[in-house]
Design a protein around this ligand. Structure first.
Ligand code: DLL
Length: 448
């Protein structure tokens, strides 16, 4: 289903609207954000040089580091009195990326998210159980406002709390579930254990995103929960969830709200724009945001764009395929974005730890587990003593209280900084692999 008329726009009409909105956005950032003024001036570009959509390619890219350099509010075009909401997502080190919204931005986002629900066949008669996390993360409030905009009844349960989720699915008769795909499967497992027959629940559709998943996972979720599983994509910097979404008619590629975002695909190595059908990094320019517009933002997500054609749902918007990877090293662990450099930062603050570490990720019973394996320094190992193993190698006396304390402290600091619970394994000096070239810090054993 369609939520608003603009969703039916296409062809020259859409292009005209995009150009008008692009020109206005470029003028806004040039006049109000020092970073953009400087970067445009450096390239010798003025807002009035943007005469066609093709001229977009003349503008410089914006990257996450730029947002970090202007932390916290330097990228906002409006003073704080115009801001009504602030969200944030992980940066590559301690400081998060800050995203501000004006009242109009919240309205725009609500409409964009209402489209997502409508495209999934949700109506105002439905009950939406929103199991995306509420808080700095955009998932919870983004889905919440969208469902309300549509007129559906939202159950704002937020993430986790699995047993309660199951109870509400049964008692409240939720028709639509919004959460990460791995959480949907986890809910199923816990529900089954408790004897729930999912085929008998009123649940009809799940709108899933915030982490990579596969067609295999879709099939599994649809069969097990007896529902349709819809893919939803977005990122905090651009607006949050809602940048693109599947329609229930086709479930084949995600429609980008072209009237709010201009999408490009580039070669991540050269930055060169690639034609429709090519696999590359998604770059997005926001054309309706007020407080925090972004020009040619490099998402680092790898996908393919297809030429806009009429879809059976009625939309003419550009479609993008599932995200197949990233061009940086960002990991998504239980829906939380994690950069290895953030963990490295924490490790280096401990004097008893050496800088040699690796991150091992597994999916155990549907949930991601992250183990931080790190070497201690020689002095620490000697101070607590070591034991000789059967194969003659020396190992840390792991039962020593200092070992336990070090593990707990590291675990706590990582949890405090990035919000992910980890396992910590301490190793003797010089026992983790060494690398001649680029260190391979991440061992991702998840099968998605
Ligand atoms: O994950 C926003 C969101 C919330 C999207 C709820 C969908 C549903 P961030 O925390 O900033 O924002 O993380 C953004 O997550 O760059 C992708 O790498 C990844 N991601 C988001 N949706 C998908 C998806 C939210 N459907 C980062 N498939 C993005 C694969 C996804 N990856």
């Amino acid at each position: 289903m369609i939520f608003d008329e603009n969703e039916l726009l296409g062809g020259e009409k859409l292009k005209k609207l995009q150009l008008e909105r692009l020109q206005k956005t470029v003028r806004n950032v040039y006049d109000n954000v020092t970073f953009y003024k400087k970067s445009f001036d450096k390239k010798g570009i003025k807002p009035e040089d943007i005469k066609s959509l093709e001229d977009l390619a003349k503008l410089p890219f914006t990257v996450k580091q730029d947002l970090r350099d202007n932390y916290p509010y330097g990228m906002f075009t409006v003073p704080i009195e115009k801001i009504v909401r602030i969200h944030a997502s992980s940066g590559t080190t301690g400081k998060p990326t800050v995203c501000g919204y004006t009242k109009n931005d919240i309205k725009t986002w609500s409409i964009i998210m209402a489209r997502v629900f409508a495209a999934a066949g949700v109506t105002k008669n439905d009950i939406v159980q929103n199991a995306y996390g509420y808080g700095l993360f955009t998932g919870g409030l983004g889905a919440h406002y969208g469902a309300e905009e549509l007129g559906a009844a939202v159950v704002p349960i937020s993430g986790g709390n699995t047993k309660k989720q199951i109870q509400l699915l049964e008692d409240f008769g939720s028709n639509c579930l919004t959460c990460t795909p791995s959480f949907a499967l986890y809910l199923y497992d816990i529900g089954r254990e408790a004897g729930v027959d999912f085929a008998k629940l009123p649940l009809r559709v799940a709108i899933l995103g915030a982490e990579p998943w596969s067609e295999g996972m879709r099939k599994e979720i649809e069969e097990k929960l007896s529902i349709d599983a819809i893919n939803l994509y977005g990122l905090s910097e651009i607006i949050g969830p809602g940048v693109s979404f599947e329609c229930i008619e086709e479930k084949n590629g995600m429609h980008i709200s072209d009237d709010h975002f201009i999408a490009e695909i580039i070669d991540p190595a050269t930055g060169e724009q690639l034609p429709y059908g090519s696999k590359g990094e998604l770059v997005i320019t926001t054309i309706t945001k007020e407080a925090f517009p972004l020009i040619r933002y490099r998402t680092k997500d790898i996908t393919v764009l297809s030429k806009p054609t009429k879809c059976s749902c009625g939309r003419n918007f550009t479609k993008m395929t599932r995200i197949t990877g990233r061009s940086d090293d960002m990991l998504i662990i239980r829906g939380v974005n994690v950069f290895p450099s953030q963990i490295e930062d924490v490790i280096t603050k401990f004097r008893s730890l050496a800088g040699h570490y690796q991150l091992v990720i597994k999916r155990v019973e549907r949930l991601d587990t992250l183990t931080v394996e790190v070497e201690v320094i020689n002095e620490f190992a000697r101070s607590i003593g070591t034991v000789v193993m059967a194969d003659g190698t020396e190992a840390l006396a792991v039962t020593h209280e200092k070992v336990e304390a070090l593990k707990q402290n590291l675990k706590k600091d990582i949890k405090d900084l990035i919000g992910v619970t980890t396992d910590v394994k301490l190793f003797m000096p010089k026992t983790l692999p060494r690398f001649e070239g680029k260190a391979k810090r991440v061992i991702d054993n998840r099968v998605i």
